[in-house]
Design a binder for this molecule. Structure first.
Ligand SMILES: Cc1ncc(COP(=O)(O)O)c(C=O)c1O
Length: 379
């Protein structure tokens, strides 16, 4: 038996997306830039997929969707665009937060080496940044703000609409890394006032190695990759058409019956949450309600998180200690450190990220397995 509770790391490719991708490997395999009829067919699939994704995000007719190799590249492209704008307008101050994904944080530390001043906001204990903290940090030389939509380790959902309104009223650029949010909760680029928004297909049952950056109509873009004129001349390289087609199908499918899926997943999560968080010496990391429907993150006082994860794996349960990108690192999670947890509590953490396919029986099995392992570890 395998119970997969690591959907924040990646998801299973949907059957519908898989089937939709197949013709673009060996039948309609032409380059979308080719002039012949097969190229035209590929180009039209590209256009159609872009328009489906734009609709799903409620993008305007002149906004851009730039396909990238995934969420990391989209984040890098957004930060690079804010930085280039900052250089042109002599604004070298960028605001972000301490618990962003490393695709954002490491891009920002590169800028710091090149004369930018990076201000990383502290994270309150509940994992939700106060929009007023963003407003207070804004200065005359602020080029932009980058705050994630939902955190990948603790799942807390940020007040993006309010932060977007603040950035808009100050005339500064706003990027949100929505890699964990798109396909899981409603993401509307119009409502949120973002200039840039990153997404990644493999987080919503699409293929790996494909994602994109939404860019508002007149927001500036500075390419990372130069070459051909693909993607409005802003991201060179022959398009990953099967991936793009799969992304559109997976996103449309994720958003169909979204309210039902949210309530289903939230109900199962709440059951696990109540069962585990009520155990003495267990701490739920992040706000109990304002979090992604399928995310749970616990710290277990006196327990080694890696051992707990291995023991769960022996019972067929796939979970993770934190972010998949840092699973080989022995450093405590920067997200949990930002919440104020001690190093030993950080290292005791377990992230469960479920989706609506998890049955109540599977959830009960996860709960009883964790309780049994804890009783042995704490014995
Ligand atoms: C919040 C967040 N941003 C960015 C990324 C990077 O996405 P990708 O794996 O598509 O490069 C991830 C992946 O874990 C993520 O969770």
């Amino acid at each position: 038996m395998i119970i997969y509770a690591d959907n924040a790391a990646t998801t299973k490719l949907s059957e519908k997306a898989f089937n939709a991708m197949l013709p673009y490997f060996r039948e309609c395999y032409a380059n979308p830039s080719s002039a012949h009829f097969l190229g035209q067919k590929a180009r039209s699939a590209l256009r159609e997929s872009r328009s489906v994704i734009a609709n799903c995000l409620n993008a305007g007719p002149n906004d851009k969707l730039i396909f990238t190799s995934g969420g990391s590249e989209a984040d890098n492209l957004a930060i690079n665009s804010i930085a280039s704008y900052g250089i042109r307008h002599n604004r070298r101050h960028i605001i972000s937060s301490k618990f962003e994904h490393h695709a954002v944080l490491h891009s920002l530390s590169e800028l710091e080496k090149n004369g930018f001043e990076i201000e990383l906001l502290d994270i309150p204990e509940d994992g939700i940044i106060e929009p007023s903290a963003v407003a207070e940090a804004i200065r005359e030389d602020t080029a932009g703000v980058s705050i994630m939509f939902a955190n990948n380790e603790i799942g807390t959902i940020q007040r993006i609409e309010e932060i977007g309104r603040i950035c808009r009223s100050h005339g500064i650029l706003f990027h949100s890394d929505a890699v964990q949010a798109v396909g899981h909760i409603r993401v509307d680029v119009d409502l949120t006032n973002v200039d840039y928004l990153s997404f990644s297909s493999h987080k919503f049952h699409g293929p790996k190695g494909i994602g994109g950056l939404y860019v508002r109509e007149k927001s500036p873009v500075s390419p990372l990759i130069y070459g051909g004129s693909q993607e409005y001349g802003l991201r060179a390289g022959t398009e990953n058409l099967p991936g793009i087609v799969g992304t559109a199908v997976a996103l449309e499918e994720s958003l169909a019956h979204l309210d039902y899926k949210i309530s289903q997943t939230t109900a199962i999560r709440t059951y696990i949450q109540n069962e585990i968080a009520s155990i003495p010496s267990v701490r739920l990391n992040g706000h109990p309600l304002e979090r992604l429907p399928g995310n749970l993150n616990f710290a277990f006082d006196g327990v080694d998180g890696d051992s707990l994860r291995y023991l769960l794996e022996e019972k067929g349960i796939c979970a993770s200690a934190g972010s998949a990108c840092n699973s080989s690192s022995s450093e405590p999670s920067h997200v949990l450190k930002a919440l104020g947890l001690s190093d030993s509590l950080c290292k005791s953490a377990l992230r469960l990220s479920i989706d609506e396919s998890l049955s109540i029986q599977d959830a009960a099995y996860i709960v009883s397995s964790i309780k049994l392992i804890l009783s042995e570890l704490w014995d």
